[in-house]
Design a protein around this ligand. Sequence first.
Ligand code: SAH
Ligand code: SF4
Ligand code: F3S
Length: 509
Amino acid sequence: MNEKQRLESAQINPADQKSEKDYGQYFQAVYQPPSLKDAKKRGKEDISIHRDFHIPEEMNGFGEGKKFLIRTYGCQMNEHDTEIMAGILIEMGYEATNQTEDADIVLLNTCAIRENAENKVFGEIGHLKPLKLKNPNLLIGICGCMSQEESVVNRILQKHSFIDMVFGTHNIHRLPQIVKEAMFSKEMVVEVWSKEGDVIENLPRSRKGSIKAWVNIMYGCDKFCTYCIVPYTRGKERSRQPEDIIQEVRHLAANGYQEVTLLGQNVNAFGKDFTDKKYGLGDLMDELRKIDIPRIRFTTSHPRDFDDHLIDVLSKGGNLMEHIHLPVQSGSTEVLKLMARKYTREHYVELVKKMKEKIPNASFTTDIIVGFPNETDEQFEETMSLYREVEYDTAYTFIYSPREGTPAANMEDNIPMEVKKERLQRLNALVNEIAAKKNLEYQGQVVEVLVEGESKKNPDILAGYTSKNKVVNFRGPKSAIGKIVKVKITQAKTWSLDGEMIEEAVEVI
Ligand code: SAH
Ligand code: SF4
Ligand code: F3S
């Protein structure tokens, strides 16, 4: 149904006190369909920074006595957006719950990266329907990356009309208005902006923990890798101002946080959009390392934007963690070209070599896609050989999934599923083999562990992470939670390390 048909078929409730002429305006406000075509055109307009976020007066206390639940899918970016939406709802008076039955608002913060991610969400939408039938006052919303996709919004409009609101990644600051519209509207409220030039500051946040925190430093992606939906769902690259980031990190440090992870889809493109200054991730890290916070990380970096200045700053160590997540995607230069990754195997290997030389102890993790259109056995073998050459600590491995609207979706998806699965299996076996081998090197060593809490399996055991993001389990007092302690590794497993906490100061690797 297009907008015109929708307007024509819209049931106008006479109790709704709007005059005839208001309706056009009303629906325009509530029904703004997403458009991939618009998203593909990168606007040249300046980035506007908004610092005037506030909950509209009439929405204050709106959530008093009511509860919300947000289910999050996808990457850290989405996890952090969930913290912001939770912050907004809490400011409106709502309270968090983890029981769907208790919730007055359920939001699904979705991910569009692969087909199976989307299928999970459609499955969950199906589960929510009986709940809505039982409790018609329940408000159900779909947000996150899937709502930026035209086909998804159309499918929801046609097949899941019990959904109350659909809003995009550029609209989360509009949550109070969207909730209000949804509450008073008989129609599904759809507000998805393809407009993407904005940075919204001073949003409330309800952070999930009190030890580690995420800090957005930039939004969007301009890389347009041929397989990837993110540049369409998250908009163009735009950076926050350094002062705003520094202030947020200082504030977190003052509140006892031990670790921050700087977030961006293409985090080392930070600053490329500044027109008034030359300032990049290296400069930012150089300022942040002076803040009294024990650990600083960043994710995800693109090999193409990893410049020498950033490497030099990272080599200063201190609170800058020596773990680098550097997605390679493929070990074959030809496949990389088809993916439009804008580097060759040789460039990538050279970059890693340079980092290993300059950053003592640097460890690497990566993302890999198998079964990209036309990937031959030989090209896949190049990925395997690259993996051995770099010796990654671990990798996230994926079977290629065509995404509507991306250039690769126009290529024939011509690798049979059995071949894709077989490649994935072989790659995963290699990932495990090298992970186990690298973990063995820790046996008998002493590492610094940021203790996050009790282990999921056994409350007598504490769990935390090393500077290289390795999980360590050990017996220790609860008072160690939230602190960095020294642990001697007694047993290395493939995915974790077991150890004993030691009191005295020993030399740490
Ligand atoms: N911005 C990051 C990560 C983006 S998404 C980067 O550039 O590296 C996380 C990972 O999902 C990607 O690194 C890629 O390995 C994988 N991915 C993205 N699109 C995919 C697709 N269409 N099919 C399979 N895997 C995909
Ligand atoms: Fe996607 Fe490539 Fe951007 Fe990463 S750099 S988000 S893979 S388009
Ligand atoms: Fe998924 Fe969107 Fe993140 S597509 S991986 S949630 S940016």
